[in-house]
Design a protein around this ligand. Structure first.
Ligand code: CMP
Length: 139
């Protein structure tokens, strides 16, 4: 089925001027960017977004990194988009990412791993709604 997933091009991508290069891999994979904006995450936005990780040892550093520079938030659309984008991104830790994936190509380490993508349909709905209103998504 055609799905929508939520994507973030993280601060390590905006800092290194890689947003176009990452988008090229997204589009080459057949995913359509149906909404996109460059924003600076507030601490509150980052803490809410990553709330599921708040007890994890890396939570503080994650929030610091995600708020340290601009991000690009996106909605991607396509067949099986949620699982497909996870394949296109590659493993969370770039050391384990397959050749040709975004994280293998660009990620620096597990924290500065260039992109985020939703992990399930329920998560995608919540994540999209945190950053986009319906009329900002144009399929
Ligand atoms: P992301 O998909 O954005 O979701 C949570 C993020 O936490 C993850 O990608 C990583 O960038 C970051 N992170 C930092 N350290 C770890 C870790 N040890 N295990 C998993 N995720 C980590």
């Amino acid at each position: 089925a055609i799905e929508r997933t939520f994507s973030i091009l993280k601060p390590d991508a905006t800092r290194r001027n890689l947003t176009g290069a990452v988008n090229a891999l997204i589009e080459k994979a057949g995913l359509r960017i149906v909404a996109q904006k460059r924003i600076r995450l507030s601490r509150e936005q980052a803490e809410t977004f990553y709330g599921v990780h708040k007890e994890r040892p890396f939570f503080g550093e994650l929030v610091e990194q995600m708020t340290a520079a601009p991000v690009v938030v996106q909605v991607l659309e396509g067949e099986n988009a949620i699982a497909h984008y996870r394949e296109v991104m590659g493993a969370t830790n770039p050391a384990n990412a397959a050749p040709g994936t975004i994280r293998k190509e660009f990620a620096l380490n597990v924290g500065e791993n260039t992109v985020h993508g939703s992990d399930a349909p329920e998560t995608a709905v919540v994540e999209i709604a945190q950053f986009f209103s319906g009329n900002e998504i144009v399929g």
